[in-house]
Design a protein around this ligand. Sequence first.
Ligand code: PRP
Ligand code: URA
Length: 210
Amino acid sequence: MSRELLTIINHPLLEHKMAIIRNKLTDTKTFRENLNEIGSLVTYEITRDLETKPVIVETPIASTTCQMLAKEVVIVPILRAGLGMVDGIHTVIPTAKIGHIGLWRDETTLTPHEYYLKLPPFIDQATVLIVDPMLATGGSANAAIDQVKKRGAKDIRFVGLVGAPEGVKAIHDKHPDVHIYLVKLDSHLNEIGYIVPGLGDCGDRLFGTK
Ligand code: PRP
Ligand code: URA
């Protein structure tokens, strides 16, 4: 496993919010709020090395050289659960464009099936953030990365909340150029493909569908 392409983001606020999110007694509203807040907090770390370009700015006092982002940022949530982090990320990068990829995981085979895809056209020039709180087998993440690469994306980061070692390995094996950011790397997958200890079904908890 390539160490440098896996970042586990540590922060006391993230620990606190993870405790709320993992708790099976947390209600839908609180779950959604905390997931979005985590989205905002992790964005600071995920974008730490974004390229900037110099711009001359006139302050009320003098001319000075400042730095602005050199490339567009595109946020691509994997539906449904990825939607739970988008507003939080978008709050911090309000100029980012948003693509969507709809994938559902067959509960028996654990393979992803695509049902929706809409991406901005300039994705080949952009920094692309693939967002999904849950990285289990890695099948959904790899399918989403395949789709953005097909459209020429080169600078791709995977942004998750909880990952299993199986999912991290799956991305590293298929897409070794993609940097993975997680808040927690959990123990393993159980016999039905759920992350242990994880947080259960993220999409259902986010939208109250169970
Ligand atoms: C869940 C989750 C990820 C995927 C992870 O989505 O949100 O997208 O499974 O599993 P994998 O790494 O094994 O592919 P699900 O298909 O349940 O859809 P939902 O978000 O609409 O609930
Ligand atoms: N999808 C989820 O929502 N949770 C898991 O633990 C695994 C896949």
